[in-house]
Design a protein around this ligand. Structure first.
Ligand SMILES: NC(=O)c1ccc[n+]([C@@H]2O[C@H](COP(=O)([O-])OP(=O)(O)OC[C@H]3O[C@@H](n4cnc5c(N)ncnc54)[C@H](OP(=O)(O)O)[C@@H]3O)[C@@H](O)[C@H]2O)c1
Length: 254
């Protein structure tokens, strides 16, 4: 398998790091020289990674091409590139829809995928739309593949995926609070990460029973968990949380 990446930014580099930790049989990966620093680091770390300056050359030399550029850049460069019929395209671009992608690339083998940075440790969900054998065969080695036929429904996951920074801010706030109270920073950071890792693993194991039950089971009547939850509910924390999801949904559904 020869892979090409147009755009060597955050998500492309996370995928490449994940690939080299996986069992995927990759002969060569061509990456673009932008971003130069990331590209250089990847090429230095992995002998199978080669930097090419020309996006067209990346496409011509690869069988599957990842589009890892921002929507603005995608709108500017894609129509100038040629994707022959035998090329397979995986777009990571957040807001260019499938019909536009097919139109500008003049290619029908296009899928959209939404991997997240933890793909570099082969963790996390990867939404693929529409279901596709070639994309699944790659991503199943890098995370949990969830295939969606309906593109409009697939957008909904962009909203929940946008909780990443908020999630890390919860960790950051918790650790900062512990540190302020005199706990050593390293201990605070480790405690917080281990706590949320354990809660997430437990939630995944029990996901079939529904999260409402977990919320109930983790509160003792008049206990500490109940106190925090009620205080946050009173401050409309979860109403604002749902509103933020709605607002991202409006933005990505345009
Ligand atoms: N980050 C995530 O968690 C994530 C997850 C899923 C999907 N996505 C989507 O994936 C896309 C890329 O996101 P990102 O976070 O990886 O962004 P990013 O880090 O900004 O990467 C975009 C890359 O595109 C390069 N680029 C700019 N113009 C180019 C051109 N003409 N030819 C080739 N490369 C060019 C940039 O290089 P320079 O730095 O040199 O300008 C940069 O390295 C976005 O559409 C985003 O919505 C991101």
């Amino acid at each position: 398998m020869i892979l090409g990446f147009i755009g060597t930014g955050k998500i492309s580099s996370s995928i490449i790091l994940g690939i080299f930790k996986s069992k995927l049989n990759v002969k060569r990966i061509y990456i673009s020289s932008r971003n130069r620093n990331i590209a250089k680091k990847l090429a230095k770390k992995f002998t199978k990674v080669k930097i090419l300056n020309d996006n067209q050359e990346i496409i011509d030399k690869s069988s599957t091409i990842f589009l890892g550029v921002t929507p603005n850049v995608g709108n500017k460069i894609l129509s100038k590139l040629r994707f022959s019929k035998n090329k397979k395209i995986i777009s990571l671009i957040s807001t260019i829809n499938l019909s536009k992608l097919k139109q500008v690339t003049k290619n029908k083998n296009v899928v959209r995928a939404t991997p997240l940075p933890p793909i570099e440790i082969k963790k996390g969900p990867v939404i693929i739309c529409p279901p596709s054998k070639f994309a699944k065969n790659i991503f199943k080695n890098l995370g949990q593949v969830l295939e969606i036929r309906n593109e409009k429904l697939s957008y909904k996951f962009w909203s929940t995926a946008s909780l990443m920074a908020t999630y890390y801010e919860i960790l950051n706030t918790s650790s900062k609070w512990l540190t302020k109270k005199g706990i050593n920073k390293k201990l605070a950071d480790t405690y917080v990460a281990e706590l949320f890792l354990a809660l997430s693993q437990d939630a995944l194991n029990k996901s079939s029973q529904g999260y409402k039950k977990l919320v109930a089971d983790s509160q003792t009547p008049k206990g500490l968990n109940m106190q925090v939850l009620n205080e946050l509910k009173k401050g409309k924390f979860f109403t604002k949380f749902s509103k933020a999801l709605e607002n991202v949904n409006k933005r990505v559904s345009k």
